[in-house]
Design a protein around this ligand. Structure first.
Ligand SMILES: [Zn+2]
Length: 412
């Protein structure tokens, strides 16, 4: 594609002169053979060689159409394999940067530093490639199982930054071995029935007909959208979110009991404060020492009994999903549906009522080959990680493209 004409090394830098072999060039508009108008020198940032920054000096050819009737005038050589039109980062360096972002959890600023360029220059190199991949409708092919899940992407002013929530569309389809490789397909602004409906409509009939299972967090709007747009799909309550509801109940009860017994919010040294993390973990993961600490905290005051009961309930809820036998899991779930709503602890009773409202979708998990659990969590983990790495995002378009790249949505 290009010849290397010379290499010059200085401290930590390498300048490589490149050009293409000369050839006859026709005007792209009229086809007349165009005489050369010399060359234009462009500096392109390439993949660093260890800690050595590499700059390609491209002597780009320029021609001029000789036909006075043609509007073309002068035109310059384009080598897309080398660099995009008007780009300053080589195609190879852009591909390298995308791999670093995706697999090595690199940051734009870190990559820019390695290339010796500004953040903006790096992003300007990558963004058009992400936009191109994003526009490929084929990336939505083959999705049989869809997860719908929301997260908060900013805590700023919604008038300036738009809705705080984004609805994530996640591909939860199993491969031939039955494994799920979750991919984040899209992030849609807002948390509403409309956000979900519009996205499903835009995907077209073939996509919608192909979806057999849709896993949701317990939010009525999503369910309504799924029922309308995906008539043949089974709606399943996402296990990850159900377990989270249980953990939230324990937290709420702990805070209420703490306030009632001590008259203040938990602080260091309070018995219930010290076991926060223990209460959030699965019982099967606790060490003997942690179980002892839990028992000591519960016994410290008779009022703490409520916290213990709430914790047991949350553990029962977790256990439905952990049972290797789906039939037994379903039986556990039915028991929860029959008992939680009558619990004297108001937070547990409320959870019981929520689950009863979602009865069918809650139980569907056990009859749809256990749609999911880890996958949604994994995608959320990647989003969290990349958000922390980038120290926040100001711009939703950039945020969306970066998250799609990181969570596999741009590669089929
Ligand atoms: Zn011409």
């Amino acid at each position: 594609m290009v010849h290397v004409e010379g290499v010059e090394r200085t401290d930590g830098h390498m300048r490589v002169e490149v050009s293409t072999p000369s050839q006859l060039m026709g005007c792209p508009d009229c086809g007349v053979v165009a005489p050369s108008r010399g060359r234009r020198v462009r500096q392109l940032h390439d993949v660093p060689h260890g800690s050595t920054r590499v700059v390609l000096v491209w002597r780009q050819r320029v021609w001029r159409c000789p036909d006075p009737a043609c509007a073309r005038g002068t035109f310059t050589e384009q080598v897309p394999d080398l660099v995009r039109a008007r780009g300053s980062v080589t195609t190879r360096a852009v591909a390298w940067a995308m791999e670093q972002l995706r697999r090595e959890h690199a940051t734009i600023s870190g990559l820019a530093r390695q290339l010796g360029i500004a953040w903006k220059t790096m992003w300007r190199g990558i963004k058009p490639v992400l936009e191109h991949l994003d526009g490929q409708e084929q990336r939505f092919e083959g999705v049989k199982s869809l997860g719908v899940d929301e997260h908060i992407w900013h805590h700023g002013d919604p008038r300036r930054k738009g809705p705080k929530e984004l609805t994530g569309m996640v591909d939860l389809t199993r491969d031939e071995q039955g494994r799920v490789h979750a991919r984040l397909l899209d992030l849609v602004p807002g948390r509403s029935k409309k956000a979900c409906t519009d996205w499903l409509t835009a995907r077209g009939d073939a996509f919608r007909k192909n979806i057999a299972v849709a896993a949701l967090d317990p939010f009525g709007g999503y369910k309504a959208a799924i029922d309308e747009e995906l008539a043949d799909a089974v709606a399943v309550l996402d296990a990850f979110h159900v377990v989270k509801l249980g953990t939230q109940v324990v937290d709420e009860v702990r805070r209420r009991v703490q306030q009632a017994t001590l008259g203040h919010r938990g602080r260091k040294g309070d018995p219930l404060y010290g076991i926060q993390t223990i209460l959030r973990a699965g019982a099967e993961n606790l060490t003997d020492k942690q179980l002892d600490r839990l028992a000591t905290a519960v016994e410290a005051d008779p009022a703490h009994e409520e916290v213990y009961v709430a914790w047991r309930c949350a553990q029962d809820l977790r256990a439905t999903y952990r049972d290797k036998d789906a039939t037994k899991g379903r039986r556990r779930a039915e028991k929860i549906l029959d008992s939680f709503h009558t619990c004297p602890i108001p937070e547990v009773a409320r959870l019981g009522r929520t689950l009863r409202r979602w009865r069918e979708a809650f139980l569907a998990y056990f009859t749809t080959g256990r749609a999911n659990n880890g996958p949604t969590e994994a995608v959320n983990g990647i989003i969290e990680l990349h958000r922390r790495l980038a120290r926040g995002y100001r711009n939703r378009t950039n945020y969306r493209l970066r998250m799609l790249l990181a969570a596999g949505g741009l590669t089929p």
